[in-house]
Write a protein that binds this ligand. Structure first.
Ligand SMILES: [Zn+2]
Length: 334
């Protein structure tokens, strides 16, 4: 792959998810994607917008990274899989942020649509291998572990994409650059024994998922180290960029020359993010744009194919971060 030939944004209208339609009250708004699409169609004409049917993952493909028990839940007990992933039941069995009365669609539809959206990351990877860069409107389910969903992440699209790539190219080396504000714990857990995958996660040192109580069975899994972990505390915003740069150099020396880079481009470190558990780091729009453009330029300079997925970003302002990055790419043209 020699450089970037096109800045391509890909999306599948049938994989868009509005959690409120399922009676789930989490501020992960479908309007984030809707506003981006409006902006791209209206004014970002230097970007190539590709509308494509994501193929979804078959149960056999899900088994490449998830264990049998979890795939069985996904296929045969979708309601239970949704309760666990979106944390819909409190310890006493009552509903938590979920009102079945307000649901217009069944949870089994949510499972199906989420797995379809997850496969968009694999489509994004193939596009990046061909054109140098792709931006997927969706994906980034980095908390999903081998044994089950967690933190609004049902299946791990990042690990699945790496596993799919290996079917074509068994020796493929991959980097996962996870800049979502929460640690990329599921990706670290699934890829921990894979010497050909290097993971970098820059995240809140405190708070979810690193503050899980001792008796929570996922606690140990959440603490599996990434190849490079960069934990930051509140007030570290000014050294974020410097730490990220140092971390990338460490990753490069641990696993040089990757065939593919997957950027888990969460916007939830944003100071205007609405999720309380994302408020441990509060970056400005300018700081996050600097982060995103620096990553893009670095991978372009090193001639590494890069696919970006959106990951976390909550509330009515989350779209601004993704938008600022795409707008900057559009302004540059190609
Ligand atoms: Zn997050």
């Amino acid at each position: 792959m020699k450089g970037i030939t096109m800045n391509t944004v890909i999306y599948d209208p049938a994989s868009r998810i509005n959690l409120l339609e399922y009676g789930i009250e989490v501020p992960l708004l479908d309007s984030r994607t809707g506003q981006l699409l409006n902006q791209i169609r209206k004014s970002l004409h230097q970007l190539e917008l590709v509308e494509i049917d994501f193929p979804s993952f078959t149960p056999e493909e899900l088994l490449l990274v998830h264990d049998h028990a979890w795939v069985d839940w996904l296929c045969n007990h979708p309601d239970k899989a949704a309760w666990l992933t979106w944390e819909l039941r409190a310890a006493d069995g009552s509903w938590h942020r979920y009102d079945p009365e307000k649901a217009a669609r069944p949870l089994s539809d949510l499972i199906e649509t989420t797995i379809r959206m997850a496969s968009g990351t694999w489509v994004g990877a193939q596009t990046a291998l061909e054109k140098g860069f792709s931006y997927v409107l969706g994906g980034g389910f980095h908390h999903a572990m081998a044994h089950g969903g967690a933190g609004f992440c049902l299946v791990n699209d990042i690990a699945l994409t790496i596993a799919k790539l290996r079917q074509d190219k068994p020796q493929a080396r991959c980097w996962v650059i996870d800049v979502d504000v929460h640690k990329g714990d599921g990706t670290a857990q699934i890829t921990q024994h894979d010497p050909m995958t290097g993971t970098l996660s820059i995240h809140m040192a405190d708070g979810w998922p690193l503050d899980l109580p001792e008796d929570d069975p996922t606690r140990l899994s959440s603490r599996v180290p990434s190849t490079v972990d960069i934990p930051l505390k509140a007030g570290d915003e000014d050294i974020y960029q410097e730490k990220l740069q140092e971390g990338l150099i460490k990753l490069k020396s641990a696993l040089p020359n990757p065939d593919l880079v997957i950027v888990v481009a969460g916007s939830d470190p944003y100071e205007k993010d609405a999720l309380p558990s994302a408020n441990g780091i509060n970056m400005s729009r300018e700081q996050l744009l600097e982060r995103d453009l620096w990553l893009y330029d670095t991978f372009a300079k090193w001639e590494l194919p890069q696919t970006w997925v959106m990951a976390g970003g909550y509330g009515e302002f989350a779209w601004e971060i993704h938008s600022a990055f795409l707008e900057a790419l559009n302004k540059r043209g190609l």
